[in-house]
Structure formats: structure tokens, C-alpha cells
Design a protein around this ligand. Structure first.
Ligand code: NAI
Length: 793
């Protein structure tokens, strides 16, 4: 027998981590917990509690209180009471507290790791080496942002009281992702952990108290979805940050619509794992292990859909099956296992059901013949091949150790298949060609892309999705913005009701003959409105000064189609987009007088004010022309040999409902940042004063703006906004006007989880560049994609 043969024949014996300290902690609390509110634990609610059990054995770990309205009220009150003082501390003082929390986590790392493995069922190897160290890293990283907050975010204020709802798959790591940035930037928190796995959050609350975190800054209310819903609805909460299923994320979007609450959603995924024929196949096989068998596949960004190039598919699947038969499934505290238990019996049932349905639909299934524990919530590593791209196993999140595999022939086909999903969280690309890999990376519709690696995460690198995987980013500078609001915006007053545009608005009007009705502007051409109706536009004195087309649902559909067709706008060089915007500004300047006269006629402003608005509009076009080739992202340096490129990408097709006031400047302030960053736009000009919008057609016709990049549809703002918001081919809607408009837009955006940017009826001073222009608009016009590029061995 030689040394090599030992490696083939030796099997691992169990090597169990001690759970003594974790059980002692549970026993010390009599296995009963209340909520953590205002710096102390409430009494355990014996009459209203739920059981928390070990998924590996089914044994009871603790009885935990189920948060009711009074508990949520008390926690929000405590958070509110603490918020002003916490925000008023210097960044340095907050940094010291976050640093203390990071150190506390490190000092108690093993206890947390063991408790997490017991509660969730995941292997101790992962909690010990990944979850807990990464959680500490989040607190360190964000201690840094707290320290630097005054110099790095001088124009920003904390959002206020944040309700955070987290899932059960990474209970402690998700807690860190949520709490660290919120606290760093001066917010206070009410955290609702998942009902399956609340224990490490309760332990953290205890540690935070010991670390000297002021009372009320962090509150933990345990409970189920009903507790989460109470937090979402609570009027004392300024922001909801949620991680969990897409279904619940959509529900939260609906409930918070129009409330003025900020919202970030980190939802599900069905992330592609693309293996090109020039990939290092053994590395890619190891990649699959990390992609789908890490954390039993209960990972929102799991590489759950393998797409492998046809020529190497057989070889790749053979190697993968061989590797699968070496995986070890067992007790979470056994240090030599690869996969532990699925979180709960319900989840196990769900996985089984989905796999059975997949097999019925014709998929082939491979499960290795490996030793499985006799009882508990365990499921074997599973590969499903011969899967139709439309089968539920290929489109829906299984959230278990099950990967589906499909083949492709060409790189284009790979991208098509990869993007054929309602999700857009992550993607992993395996190729030894930098050209091939980066070309695919920019085409993937996903917030995170890993090249020749997978499931790596870091506090410095933003994480978050596109499409129905949610919106917002966690980590890095980009994540900080989701816990801040612009200072000037927080001081804005309410918009006065727009004067109605009707002849009865004033007396003594005279009818002037209107010889021309402005049409709509769709796909680079003036188009008659589908309904063949037009509306009269009146001066403040009630005189008819023009007519515009009355756009309807069909016109919006045509405009969306035209905008979709103008996709190449996003792939043009930023230099080219800059030139076109400068040219648009120049052409407006040539006709300054005419546009100023129109403003006077429509709104009755003085000549000086009208001229100031036109000049500001020219300047604004120049501002965003200038930004076009400068808003270009960052390179992050996470702790690995490599880098992550944070690239801002256009949202796609964006509807903008322009504010009633400042008819020219309001429109320019919205369309210019969107166009500069590569979006295609459907603009609804000011409803009472739309003629600056229709005058804009001729500027577009003479300024080299490609057909379909900017489409203009006049009519009833609210009705058109409703159509835009419900349209599934529109990626985002910006709407400035009444609170009712904001609510409608947010509510109707649920279908495809559009990004929305609304003002809740706040009066923006468009003439003031501090509130009407700048990076806020560029930030909202783009979404960051982080492309991880490790290099070397
Ligand atoms: P879930 O989305 O129901 O639960 C996540 C969190 O939201 C928990 O804390 C829960 O108590 C809370 N919650 C539930 N309903 C709520 C409501 N109406 N308002 C406010 N909070 C609410 O996820 P669940 O049921 O635990 O898992 C179901 C499926 O969701 C999984 O099989 C998986 O496909 C997906 N999921 C995705 C996650 C991700 O990270 N993307 C995490 C967890 C689950």
C-alpha cells in the first residue's frame, strides 16, 4: 500500500465539535426567551410563544416569544427614542461601538458558530469558517464607514428607525449585513429574525448590551410572518430592509406603497452557473460544490442552474457525479461533513415535492449512493439533467441541495438561457478566456457575477439583485446609500396643489384659433394618439394656447416597444452619449427665447424667471453630459487575490412622470440623468403645462438622439403613470407629483418589482442644483453590478 492509496481508501471518522457551552447558554436562559427591547429582555411570553428545534434531531432547543402588536410598538418606540442621540454622536463614537461589536463577535465566535449550527442545521465548518468571521468583518468594515461618515457623506442624513426582517438561511450573517450599515450611519434598528432560527440574534443582543451599545439602538422582536407584517405596517418605521422570498418581498412592496418608507429587498434567485468549453473542468466541478451544496443549497445566490457547453457536457457531468459521491452528509457539529440538515421539515417536504414534480416532467435525476443520517431533516446532493428550460425545477427557487443542468451550443445561447428568468441575483462564469468571461459578465442580468469562482461575499463589495431578485445593495459604499437620505430632500416642504388646467380657472378668457395639435413623439417620429383625442391647454388666464394629444394605454405600449428597440443606446460609448446631450443643450440654447416665451405663456411667470428656467435647463443638460463618462463605478479590493469591479448599469426602459411645476426644467432634470447613464425613456410631460415637452420634439429631431431613446406621451399623468407602472416591460418608473401618484406607482410596480423613484408630493426646488440635480439622480438611474475577478492560482 502506498501513500496515494491511503487517500483513496481512508474514510473520515466523526469529529464532533462540543456543544457544551451553547447548551449551557440555553440552559442559563431556561430555554425561554423574551424580546430584546430598550436595552433589556422582556419577560418570556409563555402563553404566546413558539418552539425552536434542532433540524438535525428534531429536539427542542428553546421556546421563544411570538411578537405581538404591543411588542412591536414598544420596540419601535425604544428605537425612536434612541435615534436622535445615536445619530448625534460623532462618526468616531459610533465607530468605536461598531468596533466593540466586531471584537465581541470574535471573542465569542465559537459559541455563536455552534449555536448557529444547532439552530439552523448547517455544518459547523461553515459557521466557524465563513458565517461568523464574515459577520465580524461586516462590523469592522462598517465601523470604518461610521468613522468616515462625516467626510464621505456630508450631504446625507440617516433614514431614522429601520425595521429589518431576515431569513433563516444565514441567521447571524444576515443580521450583521443588516445591522452594521444601519447603525454605522446613525439609524436605530428593530430586527425581526426568522422563526426557525432566532437564537443567535438573541445571543447577539446580549453581547451588544455587554459591548456597551446604548439602550434602544438595537431591538430584537422574535416572531413569525405576522410579527414581520406588524413591523412593516408600523407608522413609526422609516425604512424596511427585507431579505427573504420574492413572494413576501412583493407583499411588503404593496403594503409600504405610498407610505414614504424607504425599502430595500434582497429576494430569491435562480442563478446560472455557466461552464464554457475552455473552462478548467475540475475547478468548475469544485465550483458546483460551493455553488449548490454549500449551506445545503439554502442560499439565495446559489448556482442552481448549470449551463454547460454541449461539447464538454458529458465529461463535465461524469466528473461532477464522481465528485458528488465523495460528499458527506451528516450531523452539523461533525467537523468533517460537507452538508448538514435542511432547516425544517416543511422545507424538506417542499424540496422533495419539487424534485418529484421535476422527475414527473421528464428530468433525469442523480443522487449518489452515500451514507445518509437515519433521521432528521436531511436531503442528498442531487443533480437533475435533461431538464426543459420551462420546467418548474429550472425556473423556480428550490432552496435545497438540488442543481439542474442544461446544455448550450454558443455563447449567445448561454446568455439567452442564463437571462431567461424573472430573477437577477447572481451568476457564475467558468472560462479560461478573459475575453469570453468578461463579455458574458457584462451581458448577464444579475447584480453579482463571479468569474471562475462562486458564492464569495465580502463587506466591501455590494450585494443585491436585479429584476425580481429585489433592489438595493448591501455592503460597501453603495450599501451605505440605502441607509441614508439626502439632507436637502429631508427638508423639502409639500408641493402646493397644481392649478387646474381648465378654462374655468380664470374669467374672461378668449379663444384663440389653434391651428396645430402637437402629436406624441414615439420611436423618433411624431405620432397621432391612438384614441384620436386631444386636450386643450390653457394659459393661467384661461386662454387656449394649444392642444396636445391625449395619450392612452396603446400609446404607452407603442412607446415602450420603441424604447425596447433602442437597446443599443446603453452599449454606445459614454463619450457618445455625452456628445449628444451637449448637443441637445446647445440646440436648446439656440432657441432659448422661444422656450422662455412658451414658459411665460403657459405658466404666467415673469420674463426673468422664464429665462432662468431655460438657462438652468441648458446647464442641466451640460451637467449630465459631463457626468456621462465620469459616473463609472469603483474597484473593490476584497480580502482575496483579485478584485471586484463595481459597474453602474442602466436600469433599461424607464417611465418618467414629470412634475407639474417647472415644465421644462422638471422634465430635463429627469430625462437627462437617465439618458446619460444609458437608459431609454418614456416621458410624460407636466400635465397642466405640457407644451415645453412637445416643443422638445424638434430639439430631439435635430440633436442626433437615436430613435426610441426618448419618447414623449402627453395626457393625464396619473392614468398614464398607472399604465407605465403596471407594464412588465418597463424596468423603472420615476414619478414626481402628488402623494396619490407616488402611491399608485409604488403599488402597481409590484408585478415585476420595478425600481421606483417618487417624491411623495414633496416640492423640489428644481432651480437649486443641490436638490434638483446631482449624484442622487445618477444613483437612482443605475444599478451596480459587482464582477468578481480572482486571478493567479
Ligand atoms: P419568507 O420570505 O416567508 O421569510 C423570510 C422572513 O420574512 C422571515 O423572518 C419571516 O418571518 C418574515 N415574513 C414572512 N411573511 C412576512 C410578511 N408578510 N411580512 C413581513 N415579514 C414576513 O421565507 P420562508 O417562508 O422562510 O421560505 C420560503 C421560501 O423563500 C424558501 O424556500 C426560499 O425559496 C425563499 N427564501 C429565500 C431567501 C433568500 O435569501 N432569498 C431566504 C429565505 C427564504
Amino acid at each position: 500500500m502506498n501513500v496515494a492509496s491511503y487517500f483513496d481508501t481512508m474514510s473520515y471518522g466523526p469529529s464532533s465539535e462540543s456543544d457544551a457551552q451553547a447548551r449551557e447558554w440555553l440552559a442559563g436562559n431556561k430555554q425561554q426567551f423574551g424580546h430584546f427591547i430598550g436595552g433589556g429582555f422582556t419577560k418570556h411570553a409563555a402563553k404566546s410563544c413558539f418552539d425552536v428545534s434542532e433540524p438535525a434531531s428534531g429536539k427542542l432547543l428553546a421556546k421563544v416569544s411570538l411578537g405581538k402588536k404591543a411588542d412591536v410598538d414598544a420596540a419601535v418606540r425604544a428605537a425612536r427614542k434612541a435615534q436622535a442621540d445615536w445619530a448625534a454622536l460623532s462618526g468616531h463614537a459610533r465607530a468605536r461601538k461598531l468596533y466593540a461589536l466586531a471584537r465581541m463577535i470574535q471573542r465569542h465566535a465559537r459559541l455563536i458558530a455552534v449555536l448557529e449550527a444547532l439552530d439552523n442545521g448547517k455544518p459547523i465548518r461553515e459557521t466557524r469558517d465563513i458565517d461568523i468571521p464574515l459577520a465580524a468583518r461586516h462590523f469592522y468594515h462598517h465601523a470604518g464607514w461610521a468613522q468616515l461618515s462625516e467626510s464621505q457623506f456630508p450631504d446625507q442624513a440617516p433614514v431614522g428607525v429601520v425595521g429589518q426582517i431576515i431569513p433563516w438561511n444565514f441567521p447571524f450573517l444576515m443580521l450583521a449585513w443588516k445591522i452594521a450599515p444601519a447603525l454605522a450611519l446613525g439609524n436605530t434598528v428593530v430586527l425581526k429574525p426568522a422563526e426557525y432560527t432566532p437564537l443567535t440574534a438573541l445571543l447577539f443582543a446580549e453581547l451588544a448590551k455587554a459591548a456597551g451599545l446604548p439602550d434602544g439602538v438595537l431591538n430584537v422582536v422574535t416572531g413569525d410572518g405576522s410579527t414581520g407584517a406588524l413591523l412593516v405596517e408600523h407608522s413609526g418605521v422609516d425604512k424596511i430592509a427585507f431579505t427573504g422570498s420574492t413572494a413576501v418581498g412583493k407583499e411588503i412592496r404593496k403594503v409600504t406603497a405610498g407610505s414614504g418608507k424607504s425599502l430595500t429587498l434582497e429576494l430569491g434567485g435562480k442563478s446560472p452557473f455557466i461552464v464554457f468549453d475552455d473552462a478548467d473542468l475540475d475547478a468548475a466541478v469544485e465550483g458546483v460544490v460551493d455553488a449548490i451544496w454549500f449551506n445545503q443549497g439554502e442560499v439565495c445566490c446559489a448556482g442552481s442552474r448549470i449551463l454547460v457547453q454541449e461539447g464538454i457536457a458529458e465529461d463535465f457531468h461524469d466528473r461532477l457525479r464522481r465528485r458528488m459521491s465523495k460528499l458527506r452528509v451528516g450531523a452539523p457539529l461533525d467537523k468533517s461533513i460537507d452538508m448538514g440538515a435542511v432547516v425544517a421539515p416543511d422545507q424538506l417536504k417542499r424540496i422533495k415535492g419539487m424534485v418529484e414534480a421535476g422527475v414527473k416532467a421528464g428530468a433525469e435525476i442523480f443522487q449518489p449512493e452515500i451514507e445518509m443520517p437515519g433521521s432528521g431533516c436531511f436531503y442528498p446532493p442531487t443533480l437533475m439533467s435533461n431538464v426543459q428550460p420551462t420546467a418548474a425545477v429550472a425556473t423556480d427557487e428550490i432552496f435545497g441541495p438540488v442543481v439542474v443542468s442544461m446544455t448550450f451550443r454558443t455563447p449567445d445561447e448561454a446568455i439567452q438561457l442564463a437571462n431567461h428568468t424573472r430573477y437577477g441575483l447572481a451568476g457564475s462564469i467558468w472560462s479560461e478566456s478573459i475575453n469570453q468571461a468578461l463579455d458574458a459578465a457584462v451581458q448577464l442580468e444579475a447584480g453579482v457575477v463571479w468569474i471562475n469562482t462562486t458564492n464569495v461575499l465580502d463587506a466591501a463589495v455590494g450585494f443585491g439583485g436585479k429584476k425580481e431578485s429585489g433592489f438595493g445593495r448591501e455592503g460597501g459604499r453603495e450599501g451605505c446609500y440605502d441607509y441614508l437620505k439626502p439632507l436637502v430632500w429631508s427638508k423639502l416642504g409639500e408641493r402646493a396643489a397644481a392649478a387646474p388646467n381648465s378654462p374655468t380657472a380664470a374669467s374672461g378668457y378668449e379663444i384663440k384659433t389653434v391651428d396645430r395639435t402637437a402629436k406624441l413623439f414615439i420611436g423618433g417620429k411624431q405620432a397621432r394618439p391612438d384614441g384620436n383625442y386631444s386636450r386643450e391647454i390653457f394659459s393661467p388666464k384661461g386662454r387656449v394656447i394649444g392642444e396636445v394629444g391625449e395619450g392612452n394605454r396603446k400609446d404607452i405600449r407603442n412607446a415602450v416597444e420603441a424604447a425596447r428597440g433602442a437597446k443599443s443606446w446603453g452599449t454606445r460609448t459614454a463619450h457618445n452619449r455625452a456628445q449628444i446631450l451637449f448637443y441637445l443643450g446647445e440646440n436648446l440654447s439656440v432657441r432659448e427665447r422661444e422656450f422662455a416665451d412658451r414658459l411665460r405663456e403657459m405658466t404666467g411667470v415673469s420674463a426673468a424667471k422664464a429665462q432662468a428656467e431655460v438657462e438652468a435647463s441648458i446647464s442641466r443638460l451640460f451637467t449630465y453630459a459631463s457626468w456621462a463618462d465620469k459616473y463609472d463605478g469603483q474597484i473593490h479590493l476584497p480580502p482575496m487575490r483579485g478584485a471586484a469591479l463595481a459597474v453602474p448599469e442602466a436600469l433599461g426602459v424607464v417611465g418618467t412622470v414629470c412634475p407639474p411645476e417647472a415644465p421644462l426644467l422638471g422634465m430635463v432634470s429627469l430625462i437627462a440623468p437617465l439618458m446619460a447613464t444609458g437608459n431609454r425613456v418614456i416621458a410624460i410631460p407636466s400635465e397642466p403645462h405640457p407644451l415645453s415637452g412637445t416643443d422638445f420634439y424638434s430639439l430631439l429631431e435635430t440633436s442626433d438622439v437615436p430613435d426610441g431613446v426618448l419618447n414623449i406621451v402627453t395626457g393625464d399623468s396619473l392614468e398614464l403613470a398607472k399604465v407605465l407602472s403596471a407594464h412588465n416591460d418597463v424596468d423603472a418608473v420615476w414619478a414626481f407629483g402628488s402623494p396619490e401618484l407616488s402611491k399608485e406607482v409604488e403599488e402597481r410596480s409590484v408585478g415585476n418589482l420595478k425600481r421606483t423613484f417618487v417624491d411623495y408630493g414633496r416640492q423640489i426646488d428644481w432651480l437649486d442644483p443641490k436638490s434638483g440635480e446631482g449624484e442622487l439622480f445618477l444613483h437612482r438611474a443605475t444599478e451596480l453590478k459587482n464582477i468578481w475577478i480572482p486571478y493567479g492560482e
